[in-house]
Write a protein that binds this ligand. Structure first.
Ligand code: R5P
Length: 299
C-alpha cells in the first residue's frame, strides 16, 4: 500500500506512514492564479492499493475539493483500490435540517466525496453515527474513546459531565467504563448567534474534579460556558476530552483564559504552530489516532 496526503493533516499522515513503514506518495498541491486548486501526483504509474489522508478541516470547502481531485488523479494514475482516510468528517455537524429552506449538508458532502468513487472510507468519532447511512461504500467508523479512557483511568476524576443532553449517550459510556457518576448540564444555544448558555445541572459536584467529554470543539463556547458554570457551582478542577479540536482561529487562546484546567484532544485535526504557545496556560495533551488508523489500514 502507498499513502498519499492532502494538505490539511500532513503530520498525521507522516505518523501513519512511519507506523506502517510505507512511503508517503509525492503530490504537489498548489493553486492556479484564479485560486482553483491544482493537484499533481508526480509518480506516473501507481499499480498499488493506496490510501488518501485528508481531514475536512481548516478551510473545509477547499479540503473537500483537494481530496476529490487527489482521489481522481490517483484513479487515473492506475491505483488499484483507494481508501479514503477522513479523520475529521467536515460538515458532519450539519446532519439535521433545522429550518425550512436548509440543505441536508452532511448528505450533500457524502455524495460529493462518493462521486470520485473511493473504494472504502475510514473516519473517527462522527458527530452523529447515523451519518454512516449516507454512504454506500464500505465505511469504518473508528473511535478515540478507548484511547482517552487509558489516560483518564490514571487521573483522579470524581464525575463525568455531559455538556448537553446530546452528549449524554457518549458520556454515559465513558462514565460507566470509569465507574463514575454523571452530571448533566442544561445547555441552550441561540440558533442565530451560536451563543451558548448553561442554565443548570443535575448531580453532586461541590469540590469535585469533573471530566467533560465531547466529540468536538469549534468556537469553544460549550466548554467555556460549562467550565465557568461548574466552577461557580464549586467544582475544583475541570478537565475536557474532545476527539476533534477544529482550531477555529483564536479559540485555543480563549480556552487558555477560561476556567478549563486541562485539555485532552486527538490529532484528527492538525494543531497550528501558533496554538502550541498556549500550552503553558492550558496543559493540552494530544492523544494520537495514528496507530488506530494504521491498524485499520493493515487489516
Ligand atoms: C454539540 O452538538 C457538539 O457536540 C459540541 O457540544 C459543541 O457544539 C461544540 O461546539 P462549540 O465549541 O462551538 O461550542
Amino acid at each position: 500500500m502507498q499513502l498519499f496526503s492532502g494538505s490539511t493533516n500532513l503530520p498525521l499522515a507522516r505518523k501513519i506512514t512511519g507506523i506502517l513503514d510505507i512511503p508517503l506518495g509525492i503530490t504537489q498541491i498548489t493553486e492556479f492564479p484564479n485560486r482553483e486548486t491544482r493537484v499533481w501526483v508526480t509518480e506516473e504509474r501507481i499499480h498499488k492499493d493506496v490510501a488518501v489522508v485528508q481531514s475536512f478541516s481548516g478551510d473545509p470547502n477547499k479540503a473537500i475539493v483537494e481530496f476529490c481531485l487527489l482521489v481522481d488523479a490517483l484513479r487515473r494514475s492506475g491505483a488499484k483500490t483507494i481508501t479514503a482516510v477522513v479523520p475529521w468528517m467536515g460538515y458532519s455537524i450539519q446532519d439535521k435540517i433545522f429550518r425550512q429552506g436548509e440543505p441536508l449538508s452532511s448528505r450533500v458532502v457524502a455524495d460529493i466525496i462518493q462521486s470520485v468513487r473511493p473504494d472504502r472510507i475510514i473516519t473517527v468519532d462522527l458527530h452523529n453515527e447515523a451519518i454512516q447511512g449516507f454512504f454506500s461504500v464500505p465505511f469504518t467508523h473508528l473511535t478515540a474513546v478507548p484511547l482517552f479512557l487509558e489516560r483518564f483511568k490514571k487521573l483522579t476524576i470524581d464525575c463525568v459531565v455531559a455538556p448537553d443532553v446530546g452528549a449524554l449517550k457518549e458520556t454515559t459510556k465513558i462514565a460507566s467504563q470509569l465507574g463514575l457518576p454523571i452530571v448533566i448540564l442544561n445547555k441552550q444555544r441561540d440558533l442565530h448567534t451560536g451563543e451558548v448558555r448553561i442554565i443548570g445541572s443535575k448531580g453532586d459536584i461541590e469540590g469535585k474534579t469533573a471530566l467533560i467529554m465531547d466529540d468536538f470543539i469549534s468556537t469553544g463556547g460549550t466548554i467555556i460556558q460549562a467550565a465557568d458554570f461548574l466552577k461557580t457551582q464549586g467544582v475544583q478542577k475541570v478537565i475536557m476530552g474532545a476527539s476533534h479540536h477544529l482550531f477555529v482561529a483564536g479559540v485555543q487562546e480563549k480556552l487558555a483564559k477560561s476556567a478549563l484546567d486541562e485539555l485532552y484532544i486527538t490529532d484528527t485535526v492538525a494543531m497550528p504552530e501558533a496554538d502550541k504557545a498556549f500550552h503553558g496556560q492550558l496543559p493540552t495533551h494530544v492523544v494520537s489516532v495514528a496507530e488506530l488508523i494504521a491498524q485499520e489500514l493493515k487489516d
